[in-house]
Design a protein around this ligand. Structure first.
Ligand code: GLN
Length: 217
């Protein structure tokens, strides 16, 4: 229920912010950038990009009376595209971070979530997040999973980080033994483990965070 209220509030506030930015202009589309490998927030179903973020932005477009255009891009290009005006908004399970907040503006948060660690189901060595020391960690490039373990571990010479353009590519690297674990957001972690046999998620979260939609400052 709390999540629903946050989503409705986010829609209403975004619709008024985006109206300030574009009402009065002749634009009749709202172009959003996302990365459609992030179920249940955005994923491809029957050749269409669907998910929680798409539903939110459909409501915003409906309120503005414009057509929603959804572009599937690499996650790490989204804030730049929004900042540069190529996209009207980024809707991609995007975590509010201080660094991103300098580039773009964020809506109010609409979901609280965590970063989790995926390992092979028979992995006895990595039982807690502390056990990632000395290991090779797979992440999706430019995500908070990437940023946190780069700062916490790789920059301190404590682990190696391998970056992939999609979360599912990081999971494939885990299955083939190229990386020892994968750090990714809670819901996509569950979806990836459900779609791939022989994997499990560690019980303790690696980090807590909030999602919001980003727009140009
Ligand atoms: N929440 C993470 C971030 O903002 C991952 C988002 C994603 O991969 N779509 O970096």
């Amino acid at each position: 229920m709390k999540k629903m209220i946050a989503i409705v509030l986010a829609v209403l506030m975004l619709a008024s912010v985006m109206c300030l930015a574009s009402c009065g202009k002749k634009e009749d589309t709202l172009t959003i950038y996302t990365e459609a490998g992030f179920a249940p927030y955005e994923f491809v179903y029957e050749n269409e990009i669907v998910g929680v973020d798409i539903e939110i932005m459909k409501k915003v477009a409906e309120k503005l009376g414009v057509e929603l255009v959804v572009e599937d891009v690499n996650f790490d290009s989204i804030t730049g595209a929004v900042k540069g005006g190529k996209a009207d908004a980024g809707a991609a399970g995007m975590t509010i971070t201080a660094e991103r907040d300098e580039e773009v503006d964020f809506s109010i948060p609409y979901a609280s979530t965590e970063q989790y660690v995926i390992v092979k189901a028979d992995n006895a060595e990595i039982a807690t997040v502390e056990n990632m020391v000395g290991k090779t960690i797979g992440v999706q490039q430019g995500t908070t999973g990437d940023l946190y373990c780069t700062w916490d571990l790789e920059d301190a010479g404590l682990a190696t980080v391998d970056r992939y353009s999609k979360g599912s590519d990081a999971v494939q690297a885990l299955k083939t033994g190229k990386v020892d674990c994968v750090i990714i957001d809670n819901e996509p972690a569950k979806a990836l483990v459900a779609a791939n046999s022989g994997l499990k998620i560690l019980e303790t979260a690696y980090a807590n965070e909030d999602y919001a939609i980003c727009v140009k400052k």
